[in-house]
Design a binder for this molecule. Structure first.
Ligand code: ATP
Length: 143
């Protein structure tokens, strides 16, 4: 099976570095899959789930946005924040969601509403990605 090197990095650390058969991300125009031999590309990433396919296994991540570049031999993702589904702290995401919802309800004049909406979106996607991890575990335990 054809593969391509994928690197996901944040300002803090290398999140992922391995050969993969596909990565699916949220680009500016929607969800897109990048396969080996993809044409060179540079695009902004939107907050969303990020799926890595490798050796017939699928692994879900959350990416809070960033930048993706495809070169002849590599896919590089510079993410603002990125966590494996298994690493998502559900209580923290629920708390972030509650905080953002309360701020949007109360609309204090001192708060940047666009930033609050973005924080709400991050929390919702984190919870969605965490749910995928649980779904996967459930389906595995049934087999
Ligand atoms: P919070 O309000 O809880 O800090 P946030 O959306 O503002 O959430 P980010 O700015 O996206 O947080 O990320 C800051 C750092 O915290 C990153 O390193 C990110 O990976 C980590 N992080 C944020 N929320 C979670 C979470 N629910 N589970 C695990 N790591 C998280």
């Amino acid at each position: 099976m054809a593969t391509i090197k994928l690197e996901i990095v944040t300002a803090e650390k290398v999140i992922y570095s391995d050969d993969v058969s596909e990565v699916v991300v949220w680009g500016i125009e929607g969800q897109m899959g990048i396969l080996p031999h993809h044409a060179p590309l540079a695009t902004i990433l939107r907050p969303g789930d990020l799926l890595i396919k490798k050796d017939n296994e699928e692994e879900y991540f959350f990416a809070s946005g960033g930048f993706l570049e495809v070169t002849a031999d590599k896919i590089i993702i510079l993410a603002d924040a990125c966590e494996r589904a298994e690493e998502i702290d559900i209580a923290r995401a629920e708390e972030a969601k509650r905080r953002a919802e309360a701020t949007l309800r109360e609309q204090p004049s001192s708060v940047d509403m666009a930033a609050t909406e973005a924080a709400l979106r991050r929390s919702l996607v984190r919870l969605k990605v965490a749910e995928k991890r649980r779904t996967r575990r459930t389906s595995r335990s049934n087999t």
